[in-house]
Each structure stands twice: as C-alpha cells, then as structure tokens.
Ligand binder design. Structure first.
Ligand code: B12
Ligand code: SF4
Ligand code: SF4
Length: 340
C-alpha cells in the first residue's frame, strides 16, 4: 500500500492526520525516559515510563510487527466559558475522544488486513514518539505533538500491524524562536524547552493523589482537571481554532461541571460518569479535592457552604483543600459586598 492509499483510507474513516513508520525501537525516547526518571521529573507517575522496555519497543507489541501507523484525531470546537459555580475541564476530556479514535483505528486495521493491535493512550506505547517518527507532527517546546493542519488539538493513537506499508517522512517544521508556552506556563513546568517537569505541571497535579503545593492550587483557578494553557497560546493552533471555532458542541460534550455536584454526588456515580478521565485508584476523593481547590479560587457562598462539610474529612489532602476553600471565599464575598 502506498502513502496515498493509506491517506485516502484514513480520510474515509475520519482520521485527521496519519503516518506510517517501521516498527522499530524509539531509542531516543527510551533514553529521555531514563534521564527524566533519574531526575525525578515524572513525579509518582507510572504509565509509559514504568516500562520503557515495552513502551519504546513497538516491535515487541505484536508477533511479526512490521509497521506502526500513527493517527491524530482533532477535538477542537468553540467553547462556552464556565459560569459562576462551575469548574473547567480540558478540551480533550469534553467527551471520550480516545474511544472514538480507538474505533477508527480498529476499522483501519480491518481494512488493512493481516494481524494488528490498536493502542490509544495505553501504557504500552509512547504515542508521541510514533507520531513524530511518521511525520504526523513535530514535538513543540511544550512537549505537545503539533500537526501542520490541526495544531496540537489532537489525540493520538497507534496501530501496530504485520502488514508492510510505505513510510511517511518526519515533518519538517518547528517552533523557531517562539517561547510563548514557556512564558505562559504559570508554574514554570516547561522552563527546560521540550522537557516537562511533571512535578510543576497543573495537569499532573489534578491527576495525582495527595496534597497539592500552594502555588499549584492558586494557579489552577477554575480548572478541576487538566490544563490547556500551553496549547491555548501556541501559534500553531490559530488556524484550526479559526476553522472550527464556530462548530457546535457535539451532543453529550461536557466542557464544564458543577462544583457543588462534584462534592455532593454519590462517589461511585461520579467516578462512573467521568470514566474517561484518569483518577488515581478511581477514588472520588481526588475529584472532590480538585473541586474544593477550584472553590477556593473562584467559588461563592453557595459552594463554600457545601465545602464546609469537608473540613474534617478523613483524607488530609481533602481536609486541607476544604479549609483553604473557606478563607478566600469569605474574603471575596466581603470585597464584592464592599463594591456593591
Ligand atoms: C504521562 C502522560 C501525561 C503526563 C506527562 C506528560 C509528559 N509531557 O510527559 C501528564 C499527566 C502531565 C500529562 C499531561 C497532558 N497530557 Co498526557 N499523556 C501521558 C501519556 C500517558 C504518556 C506520555 C509519555 O510517555 N511521556 C514520557 C515522555 C517520553 O514523553 P514526552 O514528554 O511526551 O516526550 C516527547 C518529547 O517531549 C520529546 N522529548 C522527551 N524528552 C526530551 C528531551 C529533550 C532535551 C528534547 C528536546 C525532547 C524530548 O520526545 C518525546 C517523544 O518522543 C500519553 C499517552 C501515551 N501512551 O503516550 C498522554 C499524552 C501525551 N497526553 C496528551 C494530552 C492531551 C495531555 C494534556 C494536553 C492534557 C491536559 N489538557 O491536561 C496535558 C499536556 C501537558 C504537556 N505539556 O505535556 C496527549 C498528547 C497529544 C499531543 N498532541 O501531543 C497524549 C499523547 C494522549 C493521547 N493518546 O492523545 N500527560
Ligand atoms: S499543561 Fe499547564 S501547567 Fe502543564 S506544562 Fe502546560 S501550561 Fe504548564
Ligand atoms: S507556543 Fe511557541 S514554543 Fe510553544 S510549542 Fe507553540 S510554537 Fe512552540
């Protein structure tokens, strides 16, 4: 199959960008993982970094693996801003785009024939490494895989197959002298260009158990999960934002959540509704902690009343976030009262 055939097929299946490369080790990435792990830049994360001998070796993922097809699916649509009492979700999590991409890659695998394995956001494969190698995009200083046509507003996945396909070349593009994402990151997580210090990253902390550092809680503002700042400022994203900014929100999308609901809802129910998000041990207390942090930043009297129920929570991180939530809410109400 030629590159043109592959692109046509991908187009038919609704994949936005596609590329192919030999199923061979990601040697550089494996080295980066070793170095970053030794420097403690992954914090407590396990994911791909727990087993680089697998995640950087696509040739081991399938008997007779010949090719890795990497694909990107764009998720950008225009956004409503959170109202009072609401928390913000990151764009990739407004609905389950990973499931959508998995289905499309599975359909591609069936059309290609042979044996194949689909991996999307799986611990066994570093998705950005495959996508970079096959020219789906380049890696920016914010560590995002950036496509020429859809910027970084894409989720990535891979299809490892025993079918031999023509390779597509790496993308000849880059950041140039731009440093907007480095300057915009509120906690300095990108100070070393192209190398994320997860222990400084807001997105990391919303997905990690335990108590958050004070400056991280402040910088989260109304975010209850993830962070899009280093993509929002990226010039490579302007084109797709213009093209798709007016598109309606697909049915079932959830760009914002009720902060009170996250505190009041029955735990299992809350985690089940947000199954598409990674939550440590699927424990609702980490979602509640995030909501309490957001209430501390942007909540009003109504949210504070509910937050107060958590000041003696058995989990120290939840307790701390609840106590922090109450003081600034009181301050803000006084200020607003003064202005009125
Ligand atoms: C662990 C993880 C995280 C961690 C750590 C991210 C990280 N940068 O390592 C946390 C929780 C912080 C996170 C956050 C986010 N993530 Co995440 N995450 C992953 C996961 C599961 C593994 C990533 C990984 O292997 N990291 C280890 C190292 C090797 O990877 P890397 O930093 O991506 O490294 C690349 C470059 O930085 C470069 N590199 C590495 N070291 C060095 C050193 C030097 C000197 C240089 C120049 C380059 C360089 O090479 C690598 C590629 O070969 C992948 C899914 C998967 N299975 O791959 C999703 C994934 C990377 N995440 C994704 C998304 C969408 C996000 C968020 C945008 C979500 C959000 N809105 O909050 C943020 C973005 C934060 C950021 N700027 O990276 C997408 C990225 C899509 C894209 N266009 O790039 C992925 C691919 C999921 C998917 N299947 O779509 N994520
Ligand atoms: S996701 Fe947010 S906190 Fe993390 S590197 Fe990007 S801007 Fe910084
Ligand atoms: S904001 Fe600038 S430096 Fe950062 S990834 Fe985009 S182009 Fe590169």
């Amino acid at each position: 199959m030629t590159t043109d055939d592959l692109r046509r097929l991908a187009d038919e299946l609704g994949l936005d960008v596609v590329g192919a490369a030999p199923a061979a080790p990601y040697t550089e990435t494996e080295r980066h993982i070793g170095e970053r792990r030794a420097r403690g830049l992954f914090g407590t994360m396990r994911f791909t970094m727990a087993q680089p001998e697998v995640s950087c070796h696509p040739e081991t993922l399938l008997d007779g693996a010949r090719t890795v097809v990497s694909a990107a699916l764009c998720y950008y649509v225009g956004s409503p801003e959170p109202a009072a009492g609401e928390g913000r979700l990151p764009r990739y999590a407004w609905s389950d785009h990973y499931a959508d991409l998995r289905e499309r890659l599975d359909a591609l695998g069936r059309r290609l024939g042979g044996s194949y394995r689909v991996l999307v956001d799986a611990n066994q494969h570093v998705d950005r490494a495959g996508a970079e190698r096959s020219g789906v995009g380049f890696i920016g200083k914010n560590t995002m895989l950036i496509t020429r046509t859809h910027g970084s507003w894409v989720v990535l996945g891979a299809l490892v197959t025993d079918v031999e396909l023509d390779s597509t070349p790496p993308l000849d593009a880059g950041c140039g002298s731009c440093t907007l994402c480095i300057d915009a990151c509120p906690t300095g997580a990108l100070d070393e260009p192209g190398v994320l210090d997860a222990t400084r990253c807001l997105s990391y902390w919303t997905q990690t158990a335990g108590e958050m550092p004070e400056d991280v809680m402040d910088a989260l503002e109304d975010r209850v999960y993830g962070c899009d700042i280093c993509q929002e400022v990226c010039p490579w994203n302007r084109g797709v934002e213009k093209r798709r900014g007016g598109d309606p929100l697909p049915e079932g999308s959830q760009p914002v959540v009720s902060l009170v609901d996250w505190l009041e809802r029955e735990g299992d129910d809350l985690v089940a509704e947000l199954e598409r998000l990674y939550v440590p041990r699927n424990a609702p207390r980490w979602l509640r902690r995030n909501a309490l942090v957001a209430i501390g930043n942007v909540g009003g009297e109504g949210e504070a009343e509910v937050a107060a129920r958590y000041v003696d929570d058995p989990e120290p991180a939840v307790r701390a976030a609840a106590r922090r939530a109450l003081a600034p809410v009181a301050d803000r109400s006084r200020l607003e009262g003064g202005r009125g």
